[in-house]
Structures are given as C-alpha cells and as structure tokens.
Design a protein around this ligand. Structure first.
Ligand code: AGP
Length: 601
C-alpha cells in the first residue's frame, strides 16, 4: 500500500498542481494522509503534509503555490504509526536537507528507529518511510556519496517497499525498490522541456508520458531532467534498459461518466470478459497450464479476499467440468497447512488482481522453495507476481481503480471456467455468450437492486447464502457488502444456515440467496426456513416458478445454465452493495481502512 510519485524538471517552476494531480491518481493505493515536497534552487525543501484526502490537504496547505525543480508526493495507508501529520510522508532527515517517501513495509523499522535514535539522529515519527530517509542519512554522515549511501541503506532496510529520495543540494532524485513495483517515465512538458518521473504505478505517470522504464529489485534509478541512469545495487555497475512505450488507454483511469469508479467497473465487465476470451484463445500459457495440471499430483488454487473466492469457484469448475480435484486455499494458510507436504509434482495457481499482495507472494516464495510449479493469474502486467511465477495469465481488465474488486473477479472466474473446459478436452470452450449474458444481467437487475438497496438499507446485519457453484458467489457478495456498506454481512453455505445462524431471523430480516439452476429444491428449503419465521428471502437465480412461489423477492437472471449462472449472480450483488454504500453516504471507491494493494503481512 501507499503510493509515491517524484518528478525532476529542468528549471524551477510551480509543481504543486502537478504533484496534487499525480497524488489523486494514486489514491487507490492509500488515502489516510497525503504530503508533497518540492526541492528548490536555493537549496531549501518545502514540505507540506497532513491526514486526509488529497484535495482537502492540498487545499488546506496551498499545494498550488509550491515551487521547485524537483517534487515528491506520497499517499499513505497506515501500517507503522497511526494516521497523523507527523507520520504522513514525505519525511526529512535530521537537518532537513534530505527528503524522501516510500510505499510498502520496512519490517525492521522498530529496530532501525532505535538505532537511529541512539546515533543521535532526529527521529520525528514512527513511520517506516522516515527510516528509509535516516538509513540513507546514516551513511551520508559516515562520508559516503549519496548513491553509495542509498545502496548501503537498501541492504539495511528489510521488507517490501519502494522509495524515492532527493538531496536539497543537487539536481536529481533517486529511487529504489525491493518487492514492490516501481516505474519511471521520461517525457517533455508543454514547452518541450524534458522531465523524468518515478512512481509506484502507471496511473500517475501516463497522463504525463508514455515512455516508461520498469525498475527491478536491486536496481537504483537516478533521475535527471533529460535522462535516467540505472545502476546495480550490488556493484554500482550501469544497467542498460531501453524505455518501452505504453499504449494502454487512460480512459480506464477516468470515471467515464459514472459517479464512481466502482459503477463504471461493474459496467465494464461484459467488455473485459469479451477481451479476455480473445486473449485466452491466443495465450500459449493456457497450454502450459493444461500440460502441468494434467501431470500434477495436486493442484492448489491460492489467493486472498475476492481472488480467493474466484479460487473457490475455480475448484468447483475443475471438479464439475473437468473431473479434476483442486484445492482452493487462502494464500497465507497454504504456508502452514499445505507447503510442508508439497513438492515438484504439485502445481499452484496464484491469483491476484494487483500481483503485489504480500500474502500471495509469500506463499509463492515458499511454494517455489519446495519445488512446486507456480502459475500466476494477475491483472497488473509487470507486477511482482507476473515476474516471480513460472508463467502467468493476464486478466486483461485494464486498471481497476475502485478498492472493491468487481471486473477482476469476474475475469478471474471466466479464466477458471475457460481453463476447466480446456482441461476437459474442449479446444473451444462454449463461453462466447458470457459478455452478452452479463450485459443482459446488468440491464435486467440494476433497477431492482437500486430499489432493494433502499428497502433493506436500514439493516446492519444480513446473510448471503449459496450452494455448490454459488457458495463462492455468496461469500463474494457478502464481502462486497461488508467492504463498502460497513454492515455485517456473512456469506455461508445455504445448508449451514439452519445449523445456528437461523436464530438471527426476525420480521423482515433480509437473507440473500444465490440459487444455482440445478439445485432449486434445496434453495427452496432454505427460503422456506427463512420466510416461515418472518424473514425476507431475496433470491437471485434463473426464472423458476418454484422460486417465484416461495421467495419474498426474485432477482431474475437470464438463462445461462449451471456453469455460467453463478458468474452472473455476482453482478446484482455488486450492484446492491454499490447502491447501499452510496445511500449510506459512503464513497464505495475508497472504503475506510482499506487499500487496493496490500503489500504487507
Ligand atoms: C476485494 O474487493 C478486496 N479489495 C480484497 O479482498 C482483494 O481482493 C484482496 O486484497 C486481494 O487482492 P489481490 O487480488 O490484488 O491479490
């Protein structure tokens, strides 16, 4: 979590607006606090920061008047130290002539802070970003030049992070990364003057330039206005790497007419599913997966949060469609529960939207140590997962800005469905109808879900139940509701409800059911158990007289059959959570306490 951005220009100029705009585009990585620093030609550093969202902090502290030749901004998602002004980034060193900011997690922060305090350095906060600055200062004080000081500091800073740093009395910025992502941009401003910039992620860079250099671990990047220099941390040797041109559209980082990114991303699902199906038809990695899966002793599907729910559904598909057992597991639990028993005969599919989730990357590391083959499924191309796995499949969703995952979940499910059919021996999986069915589902259910959100919004406690292939959908629907409405919503196997939770049901109590077309009688039993106690059974499923006859409300899905219907059922649940969140006055894109990219344990 957290996002950093730094820019180096060729002359002193107003940088405040540019830094604010870059910070806004990184908000999905953290929004507990924001800060900006400019490094001016007179050798001073202008640092302004506080708790709050970008626009509020920028306005309160007049970022727009900030001037400099170089600038840094940081968005924070709190780990070390509470969200506060002193813990906000960037940070300065003891005498205020070095400034830097980081994203990620320096795991030996506590020990380092003690060391720096003992050395007499001025440690102002508890934040690990400050430790990055002092780690460099520590070596500068010993007489090392700035680059060597950064190289040595890198060895002292344990964890997964990226940081950008600058010295008041030179004309460069420096950046480095371990584990986390880091990209550099090279461009020209409106007057044709060159600049370079660096960031944790592309959205802050692409509006400025499309010439990109991706930084690897153990590399230091030095940014001048007109060029960048890449050095090896180990030996200080120069590394040559040509910039690439990123051609992806920036449309995806704008809201495109929708009030929130989440709603835009919900409505993008048919299109990204269409593109994904094309991609999968072309991807040679699908054959690699099939070969590996056929010969593997055990097949594990690993992820966290929403990505784990996709793994759960993937396992159902592999069994039902291909007769292949797969073990879905929360990535951190894999380390203790399965890793001791895996070896080179096993295959793991590691699923992550961001490709940067530490819980997933840690499991991957352990799995690979045990000789297990790892295949990645990720949305962010160039992410750590795509580099660490033996091979990987893209989700092809473009940027997903909203913290709640929507389009990346459905494309994860489409990927698993596709792989299941291919594993079953079908060269052309019968999935081309999915995008149209998704469009119909959104059209058919959106007005109903908006109305329902109004009707059940007063409840702060609800259940979401499913069975078979809709069990993971129930879990995912419940996660969406929890994540952005802050209500307690439990996802559960429908048959388990009577074993205890049924006692929660009172007059009008809402229980959502996702009904698989093949198991309507079982779902009807569950519905009756709720309605006969005065509860409100809201059923999402294909049109069926038995459901109509028993449920309080039916959210009808287009006919799609047992494999595709569960995938469609998640769409009305996403819409319900969205409309409830908005009704409650929350911002569904940036729910409190959460971050889009979780690069910590
Ligand atoms: C989903 O809405 C959540 N924001 C969260 O559960 C997310 O899926 C989880 O943190 C995993 O992220 P990843 O897919 O990027 O690994």
């Amino acid at each position: 979590m957290c996002g950093i951005f730094g820019i180096v220009t060729s002359k002193e100029q107003p940088l405040g607006e540019l830094l604010t705009a870059a910070a806004r585009r990184l908000m999905y990585r953290g929004y507990d606090s924001v800060g900006a620093a400019t490094l001016r030609d007179d050798g001073t550093i202008d640092l302004r920061k506080d708790v709050g969202r970008v626009d509020a902090v920028a306005e309160k502290y007049n970022f727009s008047e900030m001037v400099g030749r170089r600038g840094i901004t940081q968005l924070r998602w709190a780990t070390f130290g509470e969200p506060s002004q002193v813990n906000a980034q960037p940070h300065i060193d003891s005498d205020g002539d070095i400034v830097g900011a980081h994203n990620g997690n320096v795991v030996n922060n506590f020990k380092l802070r003690q060391q720096f305090i003992a050395e007499g350095l001025t440690v102002r906060s508890e934040n690990d970003g400050e430790s990055c600055v002092h780690a460099v200062e520590h070596y500068v004080n010993k007489g090392y030049d700035f680059v060597d000081a950064i190289r040595l500091a890198y060895g002292d800073l344990a964890g997964d992070y990226a940081f950008v740093i600058g010295h008041a009395r030179d004309d460069r910025l420096y950046a480095i990364k371990k584990g986390s992502g880091l990209v550099v941009g090279l461009g020209e401003d409106a007057d044709g003057q060159p600049f370079t910039c660096v960031s944790s992620d592309l959205p802050s860079i692409l509006p400025l330039t499309r010439r990109i250099v991706r930084i690897q671990d153990d590399e230091i990047i030095i940014l001048w206005p007109d060029h960048v220099e890449l050095l090896s941390v180990k030996d200080g040797q120069r590394i040559e790497r040509e910039p690439e041109i990123v051609t992806q559209s920036m449309d995806a980082v704008q809201k495109g007419g929708y009030p929130h990114f989440m709603l835009k991303e919900i409505h993008e699902q048919p299109q990204v599913a269409r593109e994904l199906l094309h991609l999968l038809n072309e991807a040679s990695e699908v054959n690699t997966f099939i070969e590996q899966a056929r010969k593997a002793r055990n097949l594990y599907l690993l992820g966290c949060g929403t990505s784990y729910h996709a793994c759960l559904l993937g396992a159902v598909y592999f069994a039902q469609i291909a007769g292949r057992a797969a073990i879905p597991v929360l990535a951190p639990q894999f380390i203790r529960q399965y890793a001791p028993a895996v070896n080179h005969e096993d295959l793991g599919v590691f699923v992550s939207q961001s490709g940067e989730t530490k819980d997933v990357l840690s499991a991957l590391q352990v799995a690979e140590k045990r000789g297990m083959t790892a295949i990645g499924i990720a949305n962010v191309i160039g992410s750590t997962l795509t580099k660490a796995a033996a091979c990987w499949l893209p989700l092809g969703c473009g940027y997903e800005i909203s913290v709640p995952a929507t389009k990346t979940f459905t494309n994860q499910v489409v990927t698993f469905l596709y792989l299941a059919y291919r594993l079953a021996g079908l060269d052309s999986p019968p999935l081309e109808g999915i995008p149209d069915l998704m469009e119909q589902t959104l059209e058919m259910t959106a007005p109903q879900m908006e109305a329902l959100a109004g009707e059940i919004n007063s409840w702060n406690d609800l259940y979401c139940l499913g069975y078979g292939a809709t069990y993971p959908i129930a879990l995912e629907g419940a996660l969406k509701l929890k994540e952005i409405t802050y209500a307690h919503c439990e996802g559960m196997l429908s048959t388990e409800f009577k074993h205890g939770p049924l006692s929660a049901v009172s007059d009008g109590y809402p229980v959502l059911f996702a009904a698989p077309p093949d198991d309507v009688p079982l779902i009807v039993s569950g519905i009756n158990e709720v309605t006969c106690r005065g509860g409100r059974a809201i059923v999402i499923g294909e049109e069926d007289a038995r459901l109509r006859g028993e449920a309080s409300d039916v959210i009808a899905l287009p006919k799609a059959g047992p494999a595709i219907s569960p995938l469609l059922a998640v769409l009305p649940l996403q819409l319900l959570s969205y409309y409830m969140s908005v009704r409650r006055g929350y911002d569904p894109d940036f729910p409190r306490n959460l971050s889009k990219t979780l690069t910590v344990d």
